[in-house]
Design a protein around this ligand. Sequence first.
Ligand code: ADP
Ligand code: MG
Length: 226
Amino acid sequence: MSLDAAWALDWTHRAAVMIAENRAELTELDRAIGDADHGDNLDRGMRAVVTKLDAAQKAGNLPATPGGVLKVVATTLMATVGGAGGPLLGTAFLRAARSSDASAWGAENLVRALEEATSGLEARGHATSGDKTMADAWRPATVAAREAAEIGEDEVGVLSAAARAAADGARDTEPLQARRGRASFLGERSCGHRDPGAQSSALIFQAALDAARARSLEPIMVIEQA
Ligand code: ADP
Ligand code: MG
């Protein structure tokens, strides 16, 4: 099993649903250490992405590669999400999109895409691990993905390790003091709150895993009893 454009499309749709379902919670996290708009920003962006991809599908114009789909995600997020989150996630998705033009991604493509995405995000935001930003979900997810691929895990195994590390990374932002973004203005008062961007990124990783799991189950056929 490898991950094709249909996986990337399903990932996008699932991510949009997860962000919509968690919009209020993400915005509440941003109320504590930011300006209470993160859930709304990302929900607006992901809805625009889905609208764009649906229109492409109707026109018979869907991208044929995972990279093609992720490029639409990137450019649409950059154009529609106000605030820091849009350009940062847009950069991550654009770098992932450019990492491979293969029609289906195996574990190694996936890891390379994550490494590119995370490096792009960190460079754009001047953020590293421990700064209490979305990089605290992306970097551990990327490291875990690389480790999983090196012990021979397939795409689902790689994404499973990544999603778990992203969720742990988001949780582990709670005690940190923010050094980048709006939350850094609060100094020590940013401690004790989870970073909204790390949390939304963990949801995006979970959606990628869910889509890969759904895809890996597809070839299993029900054998009818005689
Ligand atoms: P804004 O801060 O402009 O209102 P959002 O609320 O949409 O934008 O996004 C805030 C999130 O963006 C933060 O929780 C953090 O994860 C992320 N972020 C902000 N600045 C940076 C940065 N310099 N590098 C990486 N991530 C950042
Ligand atoms: Mg905000």
